[in-house]
Design a protein around this ligand. Structure first.
Ligand code: S3P
Length: 171
């Protein structure tokens, strides 16, 4: 089975849904942010502080391309779609999924977050504008799932169905 790439804005639930999906499908799970942190031996905030966003995006692309293109669930950072090549990679090599979540919910989840450098000192309006700017890129995904009213388990179950029907349509 081709790898499954989970994309979506910060706070959309990619990590928790990814783990639940990995369990349901019995697939290995990878997280590009965690791999970057391991490689750099720095957390994301420190990485941005020391090397800046451009270097983060360079490493993010390298990590993405180093991951297996079969039998894996790959959780990506919210800005992975900023690199056009990453969208092509995910769409050509696997199944790209966009986990949509209402901004109201996302903003609540991000309210006290100190781990995501791109939203520190940003107003709700600025964060919403960033999401709107990125939305057309996320929408390039093969499958979109609105997770706003779903629990993690429900979202994973729905994805299992969507993934199965996508794969059956591939043959
Ligand atoms: C980013 C999202 C983060 C992380 C980094 C940049 C972004 O991942 O990759 O802080 O540009 O949206 P999450 O979406 O897992 O928070």
């Amino acid at each position: 089975m081709k790898s499954i790439y989970l994309t979506g804005f910060m706070g959309a639930g990619k990590t928790s849904i990814g783990h639940a999906l990995g369990e349901k499908l019995g697939l290995s799970v990878f997280d590009t942010d965690s791999l970057i942190e391991d490689k750099a031996e720095k957390n994301i905030s420190k990485f941005f502080e020391v090397y800046g966003e451009a270097e983060f995006r360079r490493l993010e692309k390298e990590v993405l391309q180093g991951l297996p293109v079969t039998d894996s669930i790959i959780m990506t950072g919210g800005g992975i779609i900023k690199t056009a090549e990453n969208i092509s990679w995910m769409k050509e090599k696997g199944l790209m999924i966009f986990l949509y979540c209402d901004m109201e919910i996302v903003l609540q989840r991000l309210a006290h977050d100190i781990t995501r450098p791109l939203i520190q000192q940003k107003s709700k309006e600025e964060i919403t504008a960033l999401f709107s700017e990125r939305l057309p890129l996320y929408q390039k995904a093969h499958i979109t799932l609105d997770t706003s009213s779903l629990s993690v388990g429900e979202a994973a179950l729905k994805l299992v169905d969507e993934i199965k029907s996508w794969h059956s349509g591939q043959h």
